[in-house]
Design a protein around this ligand. Structure first.
Ligand SMILES: [Zn+2]
Length: 348
């Protein structure tokens, strides 16, 4: 056990957290279980920088989340590293780091919490009298969001999908909020920035933060319940670039991927017709990698039926041209799950 581990305070009531206390402080925020005595202990690091700001304006608070889905590890590892690495003497302003938001799901390496079956990324704005995931979401909504001007939620494809490395946000009606979000999304230096439909789901952490007017960035930094080395680097260094952008860390934004000279490509899929469901149960054999440019009619993959091993696989053709923004990950593909998404390249 190291010194950092020893300094974690367990708090049973969010009012016990002194969010203004100078320096770096670690907490386990206890949310009581619904079925027995005990707690989900959600890790939280609060940093109040000790460095004086160069101007008079206080920089916006920055909140960073990993483990909103428990089987997506790049965000958990990146945020855990930041909990240790960020030095309050180098920082000014406030940073809130939550490496395992759906702590019970993270422990179980599952997308959903095993305690209540709730998807944390559908639980917002939460409910103070709801199940444990809803109470954690409510804590974020009422204690973290009001203190943060910038909200970063780091995801990956888990067992669901393969995305090209990307940051993401939804269509934002307010032009100045949209412009700033689009700029901050570039600071992660991912090859793609995905503007995706709000209609696929409700209750997302990022949707809630966007609606609250925050500069909000999501993103997909790997897949397959692993830690993607490149994705981890973009997530970790991207957060530090955001801290530099707003003056919390000194210095200029850095180039994260020295091997790619082009700026990130913006791709947009705000039409549900571009989130194509699997037409039948089958075994999915992809023909292309996520991020590929496709033409209308191109073969994206095949669905195999092993109940007759001599049967021809069903060809899946692109319904339109664009960028292959997401593909089903697992071989076993059920009728109705999203098989692929095609986005259109846009300039902002
Ligand atoms: Zn996720």
């Amino acid at each position: 056990m190291n010194a950092e581990t020893l300094m974690v305070a367990t708090v049973y009531n969010p009012q016990e957290i002194d969010f203004e206390r100078p320096g770096k402080h670690h907490y386990n925020v206890a949310f009581h279980l619904d079925s027995s005595w005990g707690y989900s202990l959600v890790p939280l690091t609060v940093i109040n920088g000790l460095r004086k700001a160069s101007g008079t304006a206080r920089p916006p608070g920055i909140a960073v989340f990993g483990g909103t889905h428990g089987n997506e590890w790049e965000g958990q590892v990146a945020v855990k590293r930041l909990c240790l690495d960020l030095d309050p003497t180098e920082l000014c302003g406030q940073v809130f780091l939550i490496p395992q938001l759906s702590e019970s799901a993270c422990v179980a390496n599952q997308r959903l919490s095993p305690l209540d079956g709730v998807n944390m990324n559908r639980a917002f704005p939460g409910d103070p009298r709801g199940t444990v995931s809803c109470r954690i979401a409510n804590f974020v909504k009422t204690n973290i969001f009001p203190r943060a001007g910038v909200v970063l939620d780091i995801h990956s494809g888990g067992h669901e999908a393969v995305f090209p490395l990307c940051t993401s946000f939804h269509p934002i009606p307010d032009p100045s909020q949209c412009a700033e979000i689009a700029h901050v999304a570039t600071l992660f230096d991912t090859p793609f920035i995905f503007i995706y439909s709000n209609q696929m789901a409700s209750g997302l952490l990022t949707s809630e933060a966007e609606a609250d007017g925050k500069i909000t960035i999501g993103g997909e930094f790997g897949c397959a319940e692993a830690v993607n080395r490149k994705g981890l680097r973009h997530a970790y260094e991207g957060v530090k670039n955001v801290l530099r952008r707003y003056g919390l860390l000194p210095g200029d934004v850095i180039k994260i991927d020295p091997d790619r000279q082009d700026p990130p490509r913006f791709m947009k899929a705000d039409n549900l017709a571009d989130y194509v469901p699997c037409p039948q149960n089958g075994i999915w054999e992809p023909a292309l990698d996520a991020g590929a440019d496709v033409g209308e009619g191109d073969i994206l993959g095949w669905l195999h039926d092993f109940s007759d091993f001599t049967s021809k696989p069903r060809e899946i053709h692109a319904h339109r041209s664009g960028i292959l923004a997401a593909m089903h990950f697992a071989a076993v593909s059920k009728k109705g799950v999203t098989l692929y998404v095609i986005a259109e390249e846009v300039r902002l």
